[in-house]
Every structure is written in structure tokens, then in C-alpha cells.
Write a protein that binds this ligand. Structure first.
Ligand code: GA4
Length: 310
């Protein structure tokens, strides 16, 4: 772990004001240098975040035996301690959804009755605003990279078949243990991840040198990271950053993450206009093939390793 002064942290953690005219080039720089950044003036009403947070807190406050009725995750539904199905554990409980909130709603409605209606309503409201913002960012990135058409990335999230995921993580307060792992280190497999948390710390990102830096929480902003698929689509120019959550705070942490992914049949390969005579660093694969391999891996594995050309 490295402890950084505020100015050093500010230099390492790009802060992007989406209302500024040069935010396109700042976004590209942040994706290349860190693969992680914070956005402000993002246009998502705070009320949407607060409403979903309050519904999530209500759910996580239920007795374990009630919450378990929405589990075990298949991979969708309620899970606790176990992450994925290859043996990872963390000090966390969570809800995993497809972004088609209606599909999971039926499972919830039969268990939670009217509370499920309210959850579905605030979830849909939040998701459509966050997806819109993620698409706007991907369009700005495409413009910053000077690639045509500008929706070359965002259209993958907008596609009706887009295989996107939404997760709400709850890390219960845990004052007495130093450095307990809430969610072990990993990279996100999708294109782009958009995280919003309450004001409790815990998120850390890994720098090139292998040091971990703690990201100060900010409930009004979003934290965005490049996923493995975007790293491949930019032929390694953008970095899919390793991150983790430590759960040693006297306050509970609640985070919600939208993972924007492509349709299952989509070929994940470097965008031709970015290649300029370069060779692809990766073998050809579809999102379906990558996802299959992801779900057989451990959290900390270097999942793209299997798809790199030697
Ligand atoms: C990490 C990013 C997303 O949270 C997630 C996770 C998924 C899961 O929780 O089921 C995985 C993890 C994530 C990557 C490796 C595998 C699959 C847990 C795990 C050990 C929903 C995703 O798409 O990949």
C-alpha cells in the first residue's frame, strides 16, 4: 500500500469534468495512462443514486434467511461471501442482475411482493441514466481517438442483445480487522464499468509498479474503469486496471456497478482504424468465448493472458 498526499493522489487519479470542452482528450489520456478516472458534471441526478441506495439498504437489512430466497446466484441473484463459482470469497454480500431488470423482476416479485416493484422502478431509472452516460463517454472517447463512426463502441451497449450486468455490493462494517478483503483483486471483463458508492472508502486500484492506492470515496461522482474488452479493442492502448475492495471500515460500504458489455456474438478485436499497420496483440474471440473462460477463472487470474498472441 502506498499513502499519497492529496496533490499526488490528484495527479494519479484523473478527474474529468464532462462539461469541459477538452474532456474528450482527457478521457483518452486517462484510459491510456491509468484505465481509471472519476467523472463529475455527469448529468445523472443524485436522487436516482439515493433512491437506489435506499432500496438496496432495505434489502440488505432483511434477515439472511429472506435474502437467501433470492439466491444462490446463478450467476444472477443474491450471494454472500462466495464470489463466482471457482472458490473466491470476500467480506461482501451482493445482488447481481442482468441489465434487463424486468427479467429478474419476476423472480423477485414472487419473493418480495410490492417491495420488488419499487426496487424495479428505481433500478430502471438509475440504469437508463447511467447507461446513457456510459454511452456518452464512449462516444467522446471515440471522437478523442478520431475513430469513425462515433458510436462504434457505444452501439455495443445500446444493442438490444447487449450482455451487460449490474451489481450492488454491500460490505458490512468491520472495524476490528485490518485489511480484510471485501472483493479480491481483478480486472473487469466487459467494455466499461461505472461505479458509484456511498461515502465509505475501500476501493483500491493497482498501479503499474504493483502498489495499491486507495481511492477516496465520493457519493456524488462516478468512477469509471476500462474493461478487458476495451483493452483488446484498442490493441492494448487502453488499460484494464486491476482493482479490489478492502473492507476494514467502521462504516458499511455500498457500491453499485454497471458493467457495459457487448452482445454475446460480438467479435472482440482491435478496431481496424486504430491499428495503422500494427499487428493485433490478441487472438480472435467472441464475447461469448471470453465470457465462458471468465466464468471458469479465479478472480485474480490474468484472464486475457489466454488470448494474447505469443
Ligand atoms: C468481475 C466483474 C463483475 O463483477 C462480474 C464478476 C463475476 C461474478 O461475480 O460472477 C466473476 C468476476 C467478475 C470475474 C471472474 C469470475 C466471474 C467472479 C469470478 C470469480 C459479474 C463479471 O462479469 O466478472
Amino acid at each position: 500500500m502506498v499513502f499519497l498526499s492529496k496533490p499526488a493522489m490528484e495527479q494519479l487519479l484523473p478527474l474529468i469534468d464532462l462539461s469541459e470542452p477538452d474532456s474528450q482528450s482527457q478521457l483518452v489520456k486517462a484510459c491510456e495512462e491509468v484505465g481509471f478516472f472519476k467523472v463529475i458534471n455527469h448529468g445523472v441526478p443524485f436522487q436516482f443514486m439515493a433512491d437506489l441506495e435506499s432500496e438496496a439498504i432495505k434489502f440488505f437489512s432483511l434477515p439472511l434467511s429472506d435474502k437467501e430466497k433470492a439466491g444462490p446466484p446463478d450467476p444472477f441473484g443474491y450471494g454472500h461471501k462466495n464470489i463466482g463459482c471457482t472458490g473466491d470469497v470476500g467480506w461482501v454480500e451482493y445482488l447481481l442482475f442482468t441489465t434487463d431488470a424486468d427479467s429478474i423482476y419476476h423472480k423477485f416479485a414472487s419473493i418480495f411482493g410490492e417491495a420488488a416493484d419499487r426496487f424495479r422502478c428505481v433500478l430502471n431509472e438509475y440504469l437508463s441514466a447511467v447507461k446513457k452516460m456510459a454511452c456518452r463517454i464512449l462516444e467522446m472517447v471515440a471522437e478523442g481517438l478520431k475513430i469513425q463512426p462515433r458510436d462504434v463502441l457505444s452501439k455495443l451497449l445500446m444493442d438490444e442483445q447487449s450482455d451487460s450486468v449490474f451489481r450492488v455490493n454491500h460490505y458490512p462494517a468491520r472495524p476490528e480487522t485490518e485489511g480484510l478483503i471485501g472483493f479480491g483483486e481483478h480486472t473487469d471483463p466487459q467494455i466499461i464499468s461505472v461505479l458509484r458508492s456511498n461515502n465509505t472508502s475501500g476501493l483500491q486500484i493497482s498501479l503499474k509498479e504493483g502498489d495499491w492506492i486507495s481511492i477516496p470515496p465520493d457519493q456524488y461522482s462516478f468512477f469509471i474503469n476500462v474493461g478487458d474488452s476495451l483493452q483488446v479493442m484498442t490493441n492494448g492502448r487502453f488499460k484494464s486496471v486491476r482493482h479490489r475492495v478492502v473492507a476494514n471500515s467502521p462504516k458499511s460500504r455500498l457500491s453499485m456497478i454497471y458493467f457495459g458489455g457487448p452482445p454475446l456474438s460480438e467479435k472482440i478485436a482491435p478496431l481496424p482504424s486504430l491499428m495503422e499497420g500494427e499487428d493485433s496483440l490478441y487472438k480472435e474471440f467472441t464475447w461469448f468465448e471470453y465470457k465462458k473462460s471468465v466464468y471458469n477463472s479465479r478472480l485474480a487470474d490474468n484472464r486475457l493472458g489466454l488470448f494474447e498472441k505469443i
